[in-house]
Ligand binder design. Structure first.
Ligand SMILES: Cc1cc2nc3c(=O)[nH]c(=O)nc-3n(C[C@H](O)[C@H](O)[C@H](O)COP(=O)(O)OP(=O)(O)OC[C@H]3O[C@@H](n4cnc5c(N)ncnc54)[C@H](O)[C@@H]3O)c2cc1C
Length: 620
């Protein structure tokens, strides 16, 4: 069980002081050397969200599925996860980038140290943290797991992608696999002995999966023979685990064209014997690995299936719907990649700004030169990062709370609401986190001036690594379409309006920045109405305004969360759970968000209302 593994990393953790002054909400020890990226797990902020803002332990206690978790255990898990991230994952981030992955004789070699770090992760019980207890998982709620995901992604996105894909594969199998498949494959996946992949993309079929050509022929013994080529497969081949379990979308012989003809197959690298041990090598092999801009320690593989043995998962013809279980899991996860790396970049930019002396304080100075922190423009860059990162962290926790409500809610209505809200919020989390993530990494790089452009400081790696989060797992354009078209226009804004009602109830006008937040909610309402009305008249409308709508909605949601965080932080400070400075810090950062970032929604409403004509009229 988890607490056995936990002991492996357990050391006494004490509330630590803030190393970098009032601008940082981070706590923990930090080792920072010139020219090295350093990561401190934001344990204090994550704990504040779980225990003070969302009061998660009360909900955990009220549901049978989560009653095994209490605040003390959650705190211990957070601390140990943070320690593993900062002490084991983080030191390999830059060396992993320099070395990258190599394909040698049909085998992918991951960078030095990755295997040992992965083993520490697997042996500590982290792989099965959210897993089904019936098959060896630990059944931890998503709200706790997203906090850990953010830290592992921040510490080393390339390395964490391997377990992140496996975790999504487990969720997929737990939801759609037969009992026999679950019994056979989930335990080794939860133990981290096996890893998982998602095999969708083909050379001619990326966003449009209806074009997929990989074929699966029934063999008459319950198995299928799978043939085709998949590209861009994350973790398709590597040296971290004994076996790799591929989840492959393919067409059976009489399948209709389009999405309804797709079925999902489990295709292992090694077949299993009747006793569950590794048997023959299956006919699936890596053809090549991609050379790419970032996440160089993550193997991105061309995978060739040449009459490989596979087994149907779920119903024939329902493969895409089943695969969406994994895709939705990974979408939130990839959002957390953007968020985590942005926090890593911020921490390092802030530390640099405090030490670097250039120019004099405009308010007066006797020094030859003052710290960069005195300059309003540097403060703008740092506070933008801080406000987006802490707002994003709260948003991630909120989405996860909705996922937990969908799963563990005590009434049918509560579960339905959780499911609808989580579906609406997931594309926002994926795209808004990764867009803001890149923006914040570039700002962090800018804080370092020319040094930010040099490889040795690591900020340029943050920029390169984060860029992919906007592209894979469905581009951010596709996320925006999913939100604006499928999840809003096509259902006449039903979920958006239900969410709006819940936000109005949670964020009353008498709260901090009541006028700004009420105004933002009104803007969200008008934008949703304009989207629904425009889409009813014009087939290009939703696509034309999708990016505006997603960004506007993201900003409005962050405003609501910033409003709620301030009194919660004050209460936590009064109860002695966080330092007074933590609460003050939330108030000043929230004020920055309301004054400097939220007003963009006025512009976005205007561009949304400009509709599709300016886009469709131009001859390209
Ligand atoms: C490093 C890396 C790792 C990856 N890992 C995996 C993996 O593990 N498994 C896997 O299956 N795939 C993986 N992918 C593939 C990735 O998910 C796709 O690249 C992505 O979904 C986009 O598909 P595409 O590249 O074919 O672009 P296209 O689909 O050709 O899109 C090109 C552009 O057109 C836009 N576009 C396309 N269709 C529409 C539309 N209907 N409406 C509006 N805009 C549209 C897109 O937003 C994009 O900007 C990975 C890719 C990379 C680079």
């Amino acid at each position: 069980m988890f607490w056995v593994g936990l002991g492996k990393f357990l050391r006494s953790s004490s509330p630590s002081t803030d190393t970098f002054g009032t601008m940082s909400a981070h706590a923990g020890t930090r080792t920072w050397g010139i020219g090295m990226l350093s990561y401190t797990a934001p344990e204090a902020d994550l704990g504040f969200l779980l225990f003070d803002l969302f009061q998660a332990p009360e909900r955990w206690a009220s549901s049978e599925g989560t009653a095994h978790l209490d605040a003390d255990l959650a705190q211990a898990i957070l601390s140990e996860g943070g320690r593993l991230a900062s002490e084991v994952f983080s030191p390999l981030m830059q060396s992993g980038d320099e070395e990258g992955c190599h394909l040698e004789g049909g085998q992918v070699r991951t960078p030095a140290g990755f295997k040992a770090a992965y083993e520490a992760y697997a042996q500590g019980g982290w792989m099965g943290l959210a897993g089904d207890p019936a098959f060896g998982g630990q059944g931890m709620p998503k709200q706790l797991c997203v906090a850990l995901e953010e830290m592992f992604f921040a510490a080393n996105a390339s390395l964490y992608l391997y377990p992140a894909l496996s975790a999504g594969a487990c969720v997929l199998l737990a939801a759609h696999g037969s009992e026999a498949q679950k019994a056979q494959w989930l335990p080794p996946l939860y133990e981290g002995r096996f890893s998982g992949t998602m095999c969708l993309t083909e050379p001619h079929a990326g966003s449009d999966l209806s074009l997929l050509r990989t074929r699966a022929e029934p063999q008459g013994d319950g198995s299928f023979s799978v043939s085709g080529s998949k590209i861009f497969i994350t973790g398709g081949e590597h040296d971290l685990t004994e076996n790799i379990v591929h989840f492959v979308l393919a067409r059976t012989p009489d399948a209709p064209p389009g999405n309804r003809g797709l079925s999902l197959f489990l295709v292992p690298k090694f077949l299993l014997t009747a006793g569950g041990t590794l048997g023959d090598r299956n006919a699936v092999a890596v053809g090549s690995i991609e050379h790419k801009m970032g996440i160089k320690g993550s193997a991105t593989c061309v995978m060739n299936f040449d009459e490989a043995r596979g087994w149907l998962v779920g119903e024939e013809g329902r493969g895409l719907a089943a695969m969406f279980t994994m895709m939705n899991y990974e979408r939130l996860s990839i959002g957390l990649q953007g968020l985590g790396t942005a926090d890593l970049a911020f921490q390092n930019a802030l530390a640099y700004a405090k030490e670097r002396r250039q120019g004099r304080d405009p308010q007066g100075s006797r020094e030859e030169a003052d710290s960069l922190l005195v300059h309003p423009d540097v403060r703008r860059m740092l506070l933008t990062q801080k406000a987006f990162n802490e707002g994003g962290r709260a948003f991630a926790s909120y989405v996860a709370m909705m996922l937990d409500q969908a799963r563990y809610g005590t009434t049918t209505e509560a579960r339905a609401e959780g499911e609808a809200f989580a579906a609406f919020l997931t594309p926002i989390a994926k795209a808004f986190f990764s867009d803001r993530g890149l923006e914040c990494c570039v700002l962090a790089q800018q804080v370092l001036g020319g040094h930010g452009y040099l490889a040795e400081w690591g900020l340029e790696q943050c920029v390169r690594d984060t860029r992919i989060a906007q592209i894979y797992e469905g581009t951010n354009g596709i996320q925006a379409m999913d939100l604006a078209d499928r999840k809003t226009a096509r259902e006449q804004g039903r979920t958006a309006m239900a969410l709006l009602a819940s936000l109005r109830a949670a964020c009353p006008p008498e709260g901090p920045w009541g006028q700004e937040v009420s105004g933002a909610l009104d803007t969200f309402q008008r934008a949703t109405e304009a989207l629904v009305a425009g889409a009813a008249e014009d087939p290009t409308f939703a696509g034309a305004v999708a990016a505006d709508y997603l960004e506007l909605t993201g900003l409005v949601l962050y405003a609501c969360l910033w409003q709620r965080m301030v009194p919660a932080a004050l209460r936590a400070a009064q109860a002695g759970r966080v330092p007074t400075r933590f609460a003050e810090d939330k108030r000043t950062t929230g004020a920055f968000f309301m004054a400097k970032l939220l007003p963009k929604i006025t512009l976005l409403e205007q561009t949304l209302k400009a509709g599709s004509a300016p886009l469709m009229a131009a001859a390209l």
